[in-house]
Design a protein around this ligand. Structure first.
Ligand SMILES: *Cc1c(COP(=O)(O)O)cnc(C)c1O
Length: 215
């Protein structure tokens, strides 16, 4: 299958899942995760009209997207070091991985300095995995409240444990969002985005299903 028809397949799967869940068509945004992909693999997706991309690393994103930066919406979906807050605020439209008090401070300072603010998501470590970023579910309400003293929060993001059914994790993220008055949920990747749509994802982050395996 060509890469551009892979995009059409993913969009159709998203639409079918929206329909099955009784959600409005188009309620879910496709974020194409371009990390570690060669431009030859990205080009067909670009030409098919995809203009929202996700990247894990600030420096890699700048290298890949500087020439086309004004034409796309760019989302940071990988962990952010507070010493990279300056570049991240300057380069990204959305930062999805806010998860530490120190990072709240660093981002608030840069937003103030630069006079521009990315849209921000709090990452929740729904599986409480020690190696994974994100605030634990039990600490999420307090962390969201703390972050809101500095800026608006748009939604929540999670990456369920690889070895567990994702549904309960998506449900937990939706529940935390609802009780905090948040209606945007970034959840679902190549292996589970249809499940995520059924649980209310408003954006899915899809890499390998669009571009093939990463190099
Ligand atoms: C790499 C990555 C993705 C995309 O993963 P695929 O399985 O290739 O779709 C999504 N979200 C995050 C946070 C990632 O790091």
């Amino acid at each position: 299958m060509s890469t551009s028809s892979k995009r059409q397949t993913v969009l159709t799967q998203i639409a079918d899942a929206e329909k099955a869940a009784g959600r409005p068509l188009g309620a879910t945004t496709l974020v194409a995760v371009s990390k570690l992909q060669a431009w030859a693999d990205i080009a067909p997706v670009w030409e098919a009209g995809q203009r929202i991309y996700g990247e894990n690393r600030v420096q890699e994103a700048m290298t890949r997207w500087s020439d086309r930066r004004d034409e796309i919406e760019l989302r940071l979906i990988g962990p952010l070091q507070s010493n990279k807050a300056k570049e991240a605020v300057a380069f990204f439209d959305v930062i999805e991985t806010l998860d530490r008090e120190k990072l709240i401070g660093a981002l608030a300072e840069e937003i103030q300095k630069q006079g521009k603010a990315p849209r921000l998501y709090v990452q929740v470590n729904t599986g409480e995995e020690p190696q994974k970023a994100g605030v634990f579910p039990g600490a999420a309400d307090a962390f969201i409240a703390l972050a809101r003293r500095s800026f608006e929060i748009e939604g929540l993001m999670c990456i369920p444990p690889a070895d567990e059914p994702p549904g309960p994790h998506f449900a937990l993220l939706a529940k935390i969002a609802a009780r905090n008055g948040l209606d945007r949920l970034s959840m679902g990747m190549s292996g589970d985005f249809e499940t995520a749509v059924r649980f209310g994802a408003t954006s899915v982050r899809v890499g390998s299903a669009l571009f093939g395996a990463r190099s």
